[in-house]
Design a protein around this ligand. Sequence first.
Ligand code: DGL
Length: 270
Amino acid sequence: MNNSPIGVFDSGVGGLSVFSRLVKLLPEENYIYYADTFNLPYGNKTKEELVKISSSIFDFFQEKGVKAVVMACNTTSATVYEVLKSKYNFEIYPIVQIAAKYIAGQEYRKAGIFATAATVNSHAYKNEIQKYNKNILVYEEACPQWVSIVEKSLFNDNESKENIKMQLDKMLKNDVDKIILGCTHYPYLLNILSKYADEGIFMDPAEFFADYIKNDLSKKKLLNDSKIYKREFYVSSNHKQFEKASSLFYKVEQAKEIKYNQKSMQDTII
Ligand code: DGL
């Protein structure tokens, strides 16, 4: 069990902002990263669609014999974690629920959440934070264009910058003292965001999330005790674009493209 892999997934390169921290903390683990670019963006999908998609990814990980699945995707953590959490035998780490508990323990007066439309509509961040701390006011704001800016590496486009500034200005009007990047794609935009506001106002939950996973695996005596390990990357479409967009947090040299099959997701390498 201990040398079984850890599955990590997201709709694309976003989850690499979590993955990069995990491999820094736990370099000697076996990892399988799955980027579901075929279904990207997740943020405008319904809960039913996301349950179907996530179930097939969980089944894929189960076939791979993982010991844990890291939901390095806020959208699926927010919408389907509760549905899937008791259906599998491996550990499941959902970013929203784990990050929200941490945020609730901070001395924030007003917290802003930038996230996908599906995450915002679920109010998972607000509900989870206020479950532990009713004193923090939570402002949720959907940023529908940001995932595609990151996946297509459109960082230098004026349109991208204008959109980012517009969303940020809107959030700052709430006088928030912290802005949580509640989508794993958004830390890729920190360079642009910090041109318009103090970098210290932004919080990437991945940092705490990775620490939590390390401690929990260690507590449960699930850390790899062998010195042999590997990292595998799978992508459900356009592996070249994924490899190109991957560089900021973790450079993926080679990702295997696997044919998307909602029922079994066999490893049919194209
Ligand atoms: N990066 C994911 C998240 O954290 C999903 C983005 C998307 O595909 O819309 O929510």
